[in-house]
Design a protein around this ligand. Structure first.
Ligand code: AMP
Ligand code: MG
Length: 337
């Protein structure tokens, strides 16, 4: 069985490999979860810190292990439409979106059924649900049932996109991590609130406003600073559209300063200790510097790598309109002090 206590002696966190012995690793993870323990597992977005949704004590341990504020609700991960139905009230919009995008990096906020414990939804009458598009995640949910799974990092740190990132943040605090390599998408899911008549994107991701509007054949609001028109905000406020509790917290940030420049011209790099992240088009314009190409899939890995390698800071440069709404949102949040 390809399982071992990771690294040396100071942690009891199991590292469950999936290259060989995949089924054994999944069975072991499922047993731990059923026993109320915490297991981190790969999804296509980022690694999730899983706990059995029917076990409020296990969910309390997730808040504790992450240092997550108790007013920040968690996403419940289910395997299929039936899983959504057991947790929430559905309408035709849900069916359309599930057909178009799920399994995949889209989370729906819906009126909750009582089956979802209040602690998972931070006391809210609503619940966030998603069907992950990762065979290991789906298999685990089929063994255990729905799992709460916020990102498997210490709150405020960049989300983990490899099992190593999970170990770096949570070794000794969780029972195990299932290794699935690098996450394909690399940033968190798009969160879409469907609890009002007007759908609102609470957190942008790789599934875009335009794509969702195309499927719903309806206007969708984007509830992010700088991305919504005044009229849209006013309308949202008038209709008392809720914002996502998690968006008020600082997020996605490495332990070194980030400077974001969106401009036509190349900025001055103030110190040689800066890592430059930019788009493919501009990477040769910083020839003298350490330069890496920006992408959703590599963003958090680059944040963590820069921090470990001792860089003083990260300069992120793009021209207006070059970054996707998900990427722009994450780098803006990481830049906030
Ligand atoms: P994460 O902790 O990375 O899994 O992110 C989960 C995101 O979903 C956070 O921004 C939460 O605030 C948001 N979320 C979860 N449940 C709800 C809910 N019931 N209503 C609004 N936002 C939610
Ligand atoms: Mg998170």
């Amino acid at each position: 069985m390809s399982e071992r206590a990771y690294d040396t002696s100071d942690t009891k966190t199991l590292f469950l490999g999936t290259n060989d012995g995949l089924q054994k690793s999944i069975t072991c993870a499922a047993e731990l979860l059923k026993a109320g323990k915490l297991v981190a597992f790969p999804t296509e977005t980022v690694y999730g810190l899983g706990a059995d949704v029917t076990n409020p004590d296990a969910i309390a341990k997730v808040f504790e292990a992450k240092g997550r504020p108790s007013d920040n609700p968690m996403i419940v991960h289910v395997a299929n439409l039936g899983g959504i139905e057991t947790c929430a009230e559905m309408d035709d919009r849900v069916r359309l979106l599930v057909n178009a995008f799920m399994p995949g990096p889209l989370t729906l906020v819906l009126p909750s059924k009582e089956s979802v414990p209040l602690i998972a939804r931070a006391g809210l009458p609503t619940v966030a649900l998603r069907i992950p598009e990762h065979p290991v995640a789906l298999e685990l949910i089929k063994h255990v049932g729905p799992l709460v799974a916020p990102s498997a990092n210490i709150s405020g740190r960049p989300s983990p996109t490899t099992a190593r990132h999970v170990i770096d943040d949570l070794a000794g605090r969780i029972a195990a991590v299932l290794d699935g390599g690098l996450c394909r998408v690399g940033i968190e899911s798009t969160v879409l609130d469907l609890t009002q008549s007007v759908p609102v994107i609470l957190r942008p991701g790789v599934i875009t406003q335009l794509e969702i509007e195309g499927v719903l054949k309806d206007k969708v609001l984007l509830s992010e600073e700088g991305n919504e028109s005044a009229l849209e905000i006013e309308e949202a406020v008038k209709k008392d559209i809720p914002r996502s509790p998690g968006t008020k917290y600082r997020h996605y940030a490495p332990g070194i300063p980030i400077r974001l420049v969106i401009d036509q011209s190349i900025p001055e790099v103030r110190s040689s200790g800066q890592l430059v992240l930019t788009t493919e088009r501009h990477k040769d314009r910083f020839r003298e510097r350490e330069v890496m190409v920006l992408s959703e899939a590599m963003l958090y890995e680059q944040f963590r790598r820069a921090e470990k390698a001792g860089y003083e800071g990260i300069l992120i440069y793009a021209q207006p309109g070059e970054l996707s709404e998900g990427l722009l949102n994450r780098v803006k949040k990481a830049e906030e002090e």
